[in-house]
Write a protein that binds this ligand. Structure first.
Ligand SMILES: Cc1cc2nc3c(=O)[nH]c(=O)nc-3n(C[C@H](O)[C@H](O)[C@H](O)COP(=O)(O)OP(=O)(O)OC[C@H]3O[C@@H](n4cnc5c(N)ncnc54)[C@H](O)[C@@H]3O)c2cc1C
Length: 238
């Protein structure tokens, strides 16, 4: 765990706003996070969990501790003939995770290519794009209860997903830190969702009639890049 007083938040928020946190704790595992939560200097201070900082707008310095989620790791925890269950650390950059699954030929999240942020924030607001939401491919997540440091497993029902919301955005807000998310993906690179007109148009433009998940991911990336000018678009992929 890295503990930094008077930390510059500029590199940690997508809009590049120059704000400072009284303290920043960068954690790389659940144990690290528990240590941060028990650090005497941080007791009683306001806390803010930060992923990629793409859904946060700092309007002033933060008078407390920013907990920066950097938990890494992607691994297969279970598989059967048709599904693969993949667990990702909450600090993995979402788009890097999508690219990994596309490379492996696992379908399910390719339509959500290039959404800014990290894996851990995804279930918080049930991220979605181009006809797919996290809830469609979600299996379970692990979250640390801030009050006692216990890691609790939440299934889909317990997450109570709604449109761009979940338990963690409502009752669970400020009470839990998501540390890992497990997805149920299909072992099929040709099972695609092209229901969105703009994806169909992009595939047609590229002359692709039988798209794979890689084609769909590339189409979504092309659409999103055409909407977001560089360098702002580049900043999203950090
Ligand atoms: C240009 C742009 C395009 C976007 N496009 C889309 C889109 O297509 N679809 C979509 O759904 N969203 C989109 N978003 C929103 C954003 O990408 C998502 O909300 C994303 O999940 C934010 O991830 P983050 O890691 O940056 O979260 P942050 O901004 O760091 O945090 C967001 C919130 O989640 C909390 N949080 C973060 N990590 C955790 C954790 N591990 N445990 C508990 N709480 C946590 C934070 O405290 C904060 O309240 C877009 C945003 C931008 C700027």
């Amino acid at each position: 765990m890295q503990f930094i007083p008077s930390a510059d938040l500029t590199p940690f928020n997508t809009f590049g706003i120059a704000a400072r946190a009284e303290f920043m704790a960068r954690f790389h595992s659940a144990d690290d996070l528990r240590t941060a939560l028990n650090t005497p200097e941080l007791q009683g201070k306001p806390r803010l969990v930060l992923g990629g900082g793409s859904n946060i707008l700092f309007t002033r310095d933060f008078p407390g501790v920013v907990l920066l989620n950097e938990i890494p790791g992607i691994r297969v925890v279970h598989e059967d003939d048709t599904n693969v269950f993949v667990k990702a650390g909450a600090g993995v950059v979402w788009h890097q995770f999508v690219l990994h699954t596309v490379e492996k030929g696992w379908s399910g999240i390719e339509n959500m290519s290039l959404i800014p942020g990290k894996v851990g924030a995804g279930p918080m607001q049930n991220i979605g794009a181009y006809g797919v939401e996290i809830k469609d491919v979600f299996h379970s997540l692990e979250a640390m209860r801030i009050s006692d440091g216990e890691v609790i497993t939440f299934d889909r029902e317990a997450c109570a997903f709604g449109y761009r919301e979940s338990f963690f955005k409502r009752e669970g807000r400020d009470r839990f830190v998501i540390v890992s998310v497990t997805f149920r993906l299909k072992k099929a690179a040709d099972v695609v969702n092209t229901s969105y007109g703009s994806i169909q148009e992009e595939l047609k433009r590229a002359g692709i009639t039988h798209p794979t998940i890689k084609d769909v991911s590339n189409a979504v990336i092309a659409i999103r890049r055409s909407k977001l000018p560089e360098p702002f678009g580049a900043r999203q992929r950090r």
